[in-house]
Design a protein around this ligand. Structure first.
Ligand code: SF4
Ligand code: SF4
Length: 68
């Protein structure tokens, strides 16, 4: 099963990955701040990931990748 892995401290909270995810399982976590002072993205329903890698491709910070 594919699984999105987030390197939270690289995330700049731009939200690009949340816009391209066809399953809508990536959300900006407004409750938290990472080491850079941004709201990092979180995965709401990892079991729904279809492994399309759109999130990985679109992320300018290389903060997210898909583990197969
Ligand atoms: S691989 Fe596709 S379905 Fe999975 S989190 Fe990334 S964009 Fe969403
Ligand atoms: S695209 Fe990358 S930097 Fe932007 S919110 Fe998603 S994981 Fe964070």
């Amino acid at each position: 099963m594919p699984r999105p892995i987030i390197n939270e401290d690289l995330c700049k909270g731009c939200g690009y990955c949340t816009l391209v995810c066809p399953k809508h399982i990536l959300k900006i976590d407004k409750e938290r701040l990472n080491a850079l002072g941004y709201h990092p993205v979180k995965v709401t329903n990892p079991e729904e990931c279809i492994g399309c890698r759109y999130c990985e491709v679109v992320c300018p910070e290389f903060a997210i990748y898909i583990e197969k």
